[in-house]
Design a binder for this molecule. Structure first.
Ligand code: JD8
Length: 258
């Protein structure tokens, strides 16, 4: 019996009303149960985000619910079959297009892949503006390439990598992407101001933060933060951002103009 949030199909026909529709296709739909709680859970309750999670195996027709097969040309591992993916994407996109003011152009289909463009805060900002996001979670050695090509005929496609390391599938990447995107959707984060002072938001790493007590295990809070002199505090914080970024992520710093 599929958990509540996986019965996305029923709500697929929900007409888009200023909220963001997110569909996820995976062979591990239960992986996304955590999206029922936390920030995204509240955003769903408040109707800001409309989530559908779909089991790829529901789009198979053999008694073994087969989603993979051996790779043409040989090689290790298995590849995900195109047919279940074709039916799953059609189901999600057709229902979307059945909606009032939605058409193919409004859907962005995101395939996490180690061979994709790097997912950054800028990518999150772009995708947070989209009314409909479809995430296709691959497993095994990946998805038959014709599925990605077919998806390009149904909507805008982004192949996106979380970073230069290898995961076993797309689910973890999708979870991270949905959190990074979701918190940028208006109304999801209680205090939008907190979104501006973050690492990567202004291209720098964030400054160190402190809270009470002022002295802990012999360690003191930098006095400037207790001074009430906001100009001095802002200066100190920017210096901390520059120092930390130069030390940890010099690649983020703009090239020195000669
Ligand atoms: C999607 C299948 C596993 C990958 C053979 C291990 C993203 N930053 C990232 N690293 N890995 C992924 C990722 C891995 C995936 C799939 C994303 C679908 N796999 C494959 C190729 C080597 N196995 C990712 N985003």
């Amino acid at each position: 019996m599929q958990p509540e949030f996986a019965r996305g199909r029923e709500s697929l026909c929900s007409v888009y009303a200023g909220r963001v529709r997110i569909d996820i296709v995976s062979i591990f739909p239960e992986f996304f149960g955590v999206l029922d709680i936390s920030l995204l859970g509240k955003a769903r309750e408040r109707g800001i985000i409309d989530l559908g999670v779909h089991d790829l195996r529901d789009f198979t027709h053999d008694r073994h619910r087969t989603v993979d097969d051996t790779p043409y040309g040989g090689g290790a591992g298995m590849v995900m079959k195109p047919e279940p993916w074709g039916e799953a994407l059609d189901s999600v996109l057709d229902a979307r297009e059945a909606g009032a003011e939605a058409d193919a152009a409004t859907s962005v289909i995101v395939f996490p892949s180690p061979a994709g463009e790097r997912f950054t805060q800028a990518t999150a900002r772009e995708l947070a503006l989209e009314p409909h996001l479809v995430f296709g979670c691959g497993r095994y050695e990946g998805i038959d390439q014709r599925v990605i090509d077919y998806a390009r005929s149904r909507g805008r496609v982004r192949e996106v990598s979380l970073g230069d390391y290898v995961l076993n599938g797309g689910e973890v990447a999708v979870m991270a992407m949905i959190e990074a995107i979701g918190r940028l959707i208006p109304g999801v984060v209680g205090n939008p101001a907190s979104l501006t002072e973050e690492s990567h938001e202004d291209g720098l790493l964030e400054y160190p933060s402190y809270t009470k007590p002022a002295e802990w295990r012999g360690r003191e809070v930098p006095p400037v933060l207790l001074s009430g002199n906001h100009a001095a505090i802002d200066r100190w914080r920017h210096e901390q951002q520059m120092e930390r970024t130069a030390r940890v992520r010099p690649d983020l710093l703009p090239p020195l103009s000669d």
